[in-house]
Design a protein around this ligand. Structure first.
Ligand code: ZN
Length: 474
């Protein structure tokens, strides 16, 4: 029971503390104000299977171009086909002739055209030697075939032609993930839209900050959204607006979505390390058996970023967080933007997380109050204290779990209790609610499974970094 903060915005964030997205948006503000100057960052590309379908494709393309070049003088598309047919026959004759075949099968041919200005499906058909009139037959054969007439500059169309010049297959890649095709059947053509399922691999990036996180991350090859995610993952520990220093470093392993050897998107950060002013923080993403994902420190003992769920041991919750309750002293309906813990006078109160002491002193109806700032996102407030613990002073720092003061009933209070508030970006949230992920440590039952995932990730970051530094020295 207590007084309430008057400056609380009446808004609740739906943000899950550990979910990157919501906080990322807010952090981006902080990142925007960073000074922009040059940044040194080194990119590592990792590993990863260097498939070369792209290369193969280029070669195929070259071959196709070459074929076209050979046939270039021919103006009639039919002439081209005749030529190639003749060539083929000569080749066939040169081979040791076996028993005469009744109807010799001629090889099919593959043609490719790139859409340029003014092209229509008809002009493209003509380019590969198909009669312009056949476009209509093709489009009419399947309702969805029209998708082939939505041509984009630079789009490639691949034609498979039968030896007698019939279109057997038309194929075009729309983007990295999608392609469309038409395949000849007995009656006409069958349309197909193929969506490639990207394979997921992990990628590593290492960066050194010269002055701004956003620039060094970009230089290192980390996308803006992953940079936001990283800032959010470490947002409990690092004040990205004020604490970033030249020489700070980060390592990130993240999911990368790949199609045909080309990165087409990214997934979540799997593990990360951030060294801020010589102090290194680690984070590992872990999905528990219930399917919930959160970030933990590498040792999984406890999530360093976690807040202690209850800042007073052996206390009874005497008043919960609510948007409207009758204030016991003011006798008015007012929101109670915190949780009250009733406990005997003198019971120790612990800091919910590592933080800076914004205030250790009197604050109106709150009486003796401690306000802690945790990173640049979170603040906690402890009211009605009897007194402050030794060494807890405005401007100082405290560790998670450190005793900061003792239960009392100073200020507007009816009995000994702690009034505890939790804010995310200046907005009060219910410390008992699911909106605030208190990130309990990895449970004993899942510890082995967690370590089996986190240890290889940490080892890989060590190894990748060492490899990179070694190659930089060369
Ligand atoms: Zn209260």
């Amino acid at each position: 029971m207590t007084t309430e903060s008057s400056k609380a915005p009446p808004l609740y964030p739906k943000t899950h503390l550990l979910a990157a997205s919501g906080i990322a948006a807010l952090l981006s503000l902080a990142l925007l104000v960073f000074p922009s100057s040059d940044v040194e960052a080194k990119k590592t590309t990792l590993s990863l299977e260097l498939e070369s379908p792209a290369e193969q494709l280029t070669q195929e393309q070259d071959a196709a171009d070459a074929v076209q070049a050979t046939n270039e003088p021919a103006t009639s598309p039919f002439a081209q086909i005749d030529n190639s047919a003749e060539d083929t026959q000569e080749t066939a004759q040169a081979e040791p002739a076996p028993v005469p075949v009744v109807e010799e099968k001629k090889p099919a041919s593959h043609r490719e055209v790139i859409v340029t200005k003014g092209d229509t499906l008809s002009t493209l058909f003509e380019k590969v030697g198909l009669p312009a009139t056949s476009v209509h037959d093709v489009l009419a054969s399947d309702k969805q075939a029209k998708q082939f007439s939505q041509l984009k500059h630079g789009q490639k169309l691949e034609f498979e032609l039968s030896p007698d010049g019939q279109l057997t297959n038309l194929h075009s890649k729309l983007n990295d993930l999608e392609s469309i095709s038409l395949t000849k059947n007995d009656k006409g053509y069958t349309f197909n839209r193929i969506t490639a399922k990207p394979t997921v691999r992990s990628a590593y990036v290492h960066g050194v900050i010269n002055s701004s996180l956003s620039q060094s991350a970009a230089r290192a090859g980390l996308s803006h959204s992953l940079t936001m995610d990283m800032a959010s993952v470490f947002g409990y520990d690092v004040d990205f607006a004020q604490d970033i220093r030249q020489g700070d470093e980060f390592d990130v392993i993240y999911e990368q979505k790949v199609v045909n050897g080309k990165a087409v998107g990214t997934g979540p950060i799997l593990s990360a390390r951030f060294t801020n002013r010589g102090k290194t923080y680690t984070a590992v993403r872990y999905t528990n058996k219930q399917g919930n994902s959160s970030y933990y420190t590498a040792d999984g003992n406890s999530m360093r970023k976690a807040f202690i769920r209850t800042p007073v041991d052996f206390a009874r919750i005497s008043s919960k967080f609510s948007m409207g309750r009758k204030h016991p002293i003011l006798n008015k309906i007012r929101a109670h933007k915190g949780v009250d813990y009733a406990a005997p006078r003198g019971t120790p109160i612990k800091a919910a997380g590592d933080g800076k002491v914004l205030l250790a002193g009197r604050r109106g109806g709150y009486g003796n109050t401690v306000i802690l700032q945790h990173g640049n996102t979170y603040t906690t407030l402890y009211g009605h204290m009897q007194g402050f613990a030794k060494g807890v002073k405005t401007g100082g720092t405290v560790k998670q779990g450190q005793v900061i003061g003792y239960i009392g009933t100073t200020g507007l209070s009816t009995g000994p209790h702690l009034h505890y508030e939790f804010q995310v970006n200046g907005v009060h949230v219910d410390p008992l609610g699911q909106k605030v992920a208190m990130a309990d440590p990895i449970s004993k039952a899942e510890r082995a499974r967690f370590l089996a995932q986190s240890q290889p990730l940490m080892a890989r970051m060590d190894q990748e970094k060492a490899t990179q530094l070694a190659s930089a020295k060369r």
